[in-house]
Design a binder for this molecule. Structure first.
Ligand code: GDP
Ligand code: MG
Length: 436
């Protein structure tokens, strides 16, 4: 899958201290290939990787982030951006609001019409009217009637008429008379784009002047979906896209391409055949889905928010100069605790993570440590070497621990200082922050 492919390519970057042109080029080649395989349009994949490259190169890595994690974040943010950044709501102005469905046969127009009516009725206190303009197949009208009955939403149809334009016009009159504030016009599609279908839907558009024209597309149709979207948009200049059948094993690439080819927002996604299987489209969540890495992304974000770069820089200097003391130790513990899930996050602190990995880390583990450090005088915290027997005795009594606990902490501290010193030396001058 796309997410597995990307995960593998991000792994290449592991262990590097800084994102460089060489390791980015390797990773991006894989990312591009994965995008192409997931039905993302060639030009879009190229533009995408170029943008990511520009953002990644020279971006120095926060101490708390591994290069591959930073890369995931850049790719994630770029994906979300490509899909429009923010979610866009449906336009409900006008009395009544007229919403016109368009799309190929089988894309899910009728199903989505029902879902939308249901959403507007139950969540937005609207009184919608469904209109059956697919006059070619009696079964299509029946399908909409069944949905309407099931949802308690009225359906306007005219079995005598073969003219979808006049049915749509009559339906709007009907809505005004009966107090329906939203009119959802379901139309006929064909298996492929053809002139007769385009002429018909264009004529309906002209006659009823809808507030919202929605293009419904089956996300499983891949690259074809993009071409279809373009043809419909050229003719109708629609307002939004509905991606259906996202519940299956779809690759999601269509979502990326459609947005940037037609430059129209994706408004909803269909995630099943049932009437409540409808979600507002959130670009961020779709990016998560494509990457399959929602957890990593939020972990990285949390670390970025919480980890103070200046603090980290100061700490690095102190470690290098052998000045690491209990004040630093406790402030590191507090940093880790602020970030939440300690087990996951401890490893992000250089050196410290390694040292703490052998300890059974949980919130309670820190409680004893903190109590002991708090019982030290400022002078003792800054000069751990001065802790003799009687001082240890006093600290143990003050923190409600034993001299064995105090000695264990001192040993841990000693190991940590050594490992941090070693980590710092082996990494050379650690580059911090986002200097470009
Ligand atoms: P239309 O020809 O555009 O009106 O398409 P329909 O609404 O009749 O849908 C065609 C088929 O796709 C039907 O069997 C629907 O149940 C199914 N379908 C529509 N939307 C979804 C969806 O989001 N998920 C799944 N799994 N099936 C869907
Ligand atoms: Mg239909």
């Amino acid at each position: 899958s796309l997410s597995e492919r990307l995960e593998r390519s991000f792994k290449i970057l592991k262990g590097e201290g800084k994102i460089s042109e060489i390791n980015v080029a390797e990773t991006l080649k894989d990312v591009r290939k994965a995008l192409l395989d997931a039905d993302v349009n060639f030009k879009i994949a190229k533009t995408f990787t170029d943008t990511v490259k520009e953002k990644a190169i020279g971006q120095n890595v926060l101490t708390s982030l591994k290069p591959n994690q930073l890369m995931v974040k850049i790719v994630h943010d770029e994906l979300a951006q490509l899909m429009g950044g923010a979610s866009v709501d449906i336009n409900l102005k006008g009395s009544p609001t007229v919403i016109l469905m368009s799309g190929l046969q089988g894309s899910g127009k009728t199903t989505f019409s029902g879902k939308l009516a249901n959403l507007l009725k139950t969540k937005r206190s609207k009184n919608p009217l469904l209109v059956a303009c697919d006059v070619y197949r009696p079964a299509a009208i029946e399908q909409l009637k069944v949905l309407g009955e099931q949802l308690g939403v009225p359906v306007y149809s005219d079995l005598e008429s073969k003219n979808p334009v006049s049915i749509a016009e009559a339906a709007i009159k009907h809505a005004k008379l009966h107090g329906n504030d939203v009119v959802i016009v379901d139309t006929a599609g064909r298996l492929a784009v053809d002139e007769a279908m385009m002429n018909e839907i264009a004529a309906i558009k002209k006659a009823i002047n809808p507030q919202e024209i929605l293009f419904v597309v089956d996300s499983m149709t891949g690259q074809d979906a993009v071409n279809t979207a373009k043809e419909f948009n050229d003719r109708l200049d629609f307002d939004g896209v509905i991606l259906t059948k996202l519940d299956g094993d779809t690759r999601g690439g269509a979502a990326l391409s459609i947005r940037s080819v037609v430059n129209k927002p994706i408004k909803f996604v269909g995630t099943g055949e049932k009437m409540d299987a409808l979600d507002v489209f959130y670009p961020e969540r779709m990016a998560d889905r494509i990457l399959g890495m929602g957890d990593i992304v939020s972990l990285v974000e949390r670390a970025q928010e919480q980890y103070d770069e200046e603090d980290a820089r100061r700490l690095q200097k102190r470690i290098a100069k052998n000045q690491f003391d209990f004040n630093d130790f406790i402030s590191q513990i507090q940093q880790i605790k602020k970030m939440g899930n300690i087990k996951d996050l401890a490893a992000m602190i250089p050196g410290m993570g390694k040292a703490l990995k052998d300890v059974d880390i949980d919130d309670n583990a820190f409680k004893g440590i903190e109590a002991i450090i708090h019982s030290m005088t400022p002078l003792e915290r800054a000069n751990p070497a001065m802790l003799n027997g009687s001082r240890k005795q006093r600290i143990a009594a003050g923190s409600g621990t034993t001299i064995v606990d105090v000695n264990r902490l001192l040993k841990q501290f000693d190991q940590t200082s050594k490992m941090m010193k070693m980590a710092t030396m082996s990494q050379g001058k650690l580059k911090l922050g986002k200097r470009r």
